[in-house]
Design a binder for this molecule. Structure first.
Ligand SMILES: [Zn+2]
Length: 376
């Protein structure tokens, strides 16, 4: 088995990639600063991190508030952002990351700041890159909280992958690439294979630790009092049907999970684009000084929400033109043109970002059922 900290070497990947592949690669490996330029003078945010492992750094972003910001150019041990919140009596942590290394880094760093009990480690949603490090928390007797449906979603997909060979799993996707009618279609199909491999491998190498404390969305928002610091947990639909956000209203800080991401196309593998856009419209009504800790990308303010909304708008506008012109959905997916302003956006893969979004919008417009938990 490969070393999980080095899923593939940059050189071998680039050597086998076409021009389009190289474009994906260059945006994938570009290092990003931990915060957006617009926040350079935000007094809430510490200039220096309290810990930095390369693959992620952790910095203070408020009174008792810390953000873990992943840098995928230096490794995928964290892959997603997270953080921790500390009151007078207790702390909570955000995210389980992609590996136990990422989760251990966050827990160890928390312990350099406080010895207070950790009431919970909370997963923002069920995806592998937010949950695979959970066993570290389990081992430290920290309860793992999540939306009530997270264990079922994880159980429906990941154990199946763990019992399967990568080649079997990828077979239908390899077939699509082989049967592609155009070069772009083939490149896009290959990007899907790459994205799928990047999910399958970490899942197959990890002992799953499911959340053991269910948060009922019907009872939200839930207030958690950490002693002088109140965290409001709320449920939204969008990136998945298990998305949670954590708000600290007194400080205008929000941890959003993947409902908000920066520098990349929205990953819509299990998403609900229309409700997701409504959720982002809701974020836009939050205070203008809100500091967002997104699921991926830099710390951002409201301009980050606006940018993600306009990216969604662009996909929807291009799709709608195709739809109204009677263009079949498979062709509409291929016809989408990445505007210059998103040229540097990372794409998890073409199919799981742009493709699934257009497919789902088409299905909604034509009143067809949409399959969400679908990896083939
Ligand atoms: Zn996700």
């Amino acid at each position: 088995m490969n070393n999980p900290s080095k899923p593939f070497s940059r050189r071998s990947f680039l050597a086998g990639a076409s021009t389009l592949g190289a474009l994906y690669a260059s945006s994938k490996f570009a290092s990003i600063p931990a915060l957006a330029e617009t926040l350079a003078d935000d007094p809430r945010i510490a200039k220096q991190p309290i810990a930095d492992k390369g693959f992620a750094s952790i910095r203070k972003i408020g009174d008792g508030l810390y953000a873990t910001i992943a840098d995928r150019s230096k490794g995928l041990q964290a892959r997603c952002n997270g953080g921790f919140l500390i009151g007078r009596d207790a702390a909570v942590m955000v995210e389980g990351f992609q590996t136990t290394t990422g989760a251990a880094f966050q827990l160890e760093t928390l312990r350099t700041v406080t010895q207070l009990p950790v009431r919970a480690a909370i997963n923002t949603h069920w995806h592998f890159d937010h949950t695979l490090g959970n066993s570290v928390y389990g081992g430290a007797a920290i309860p793992i909280w999540a939306h009530a449906d997270v264990p079922a979603r994880m159980s429906a997909v990941y154990p199946k992958w763990q019992g399967e060979e990568l080649s079997t799993f990828l077979a239908p996707w390899e077939k699509r690439a082989a049967e592609a009618k155009t070069d772009t279609q083939r490149e896009h199909a290959k990007s899907d294979i790459e994205g799928l491999t990047g999910m399958f491998k970490p899942v197959s190498e990890t002992v799953l630790a499911l959340p053991n404390h269910a948060l009922d969305p019907a009872k939200m928002p839930i207030k958690v009092d950490l002693g002088g610091l109140t965290v409001v947990i709320d449920s939204y639909i969008g990136h998945t049907d298990t998305d949670l956000i954590f708000r600290v209203p007194e400080q205008n800080v929000v941890y959003t999970g993947d409902l908000l991401t920066g520098g990349q196309y929205p990953v819509n593998i299990n998403g609900y684009p229309t409700r997701w856009r409504a959720t982002l419209a809701n974020f836009a009504t939050f205070d203008k000084n809100t500091l967002f800790v997104p699921g991926h990308g830099q710390l951002m303010g409201q301009e980050g929400v606006a940018e993600m909304r306009s990216c969604f708008d662009d996909i929807a506008e291009q799709a709608e033109k195709s739809y109204k012109a009677g263009v079949p959905v498979e062709e509409a997916v291929e016809r989408y043109v990445v505007p210059d302003r998103y040229k540097n956006y990372r794409q998890f893969s073409w199919g799981f970002t742009i493709g699934r979004t257009i497919e789902q919008l088409y299905a909604e417009w034509s009143g067809k059922p949409v399959h969400i938990l679908n990896y083939s």
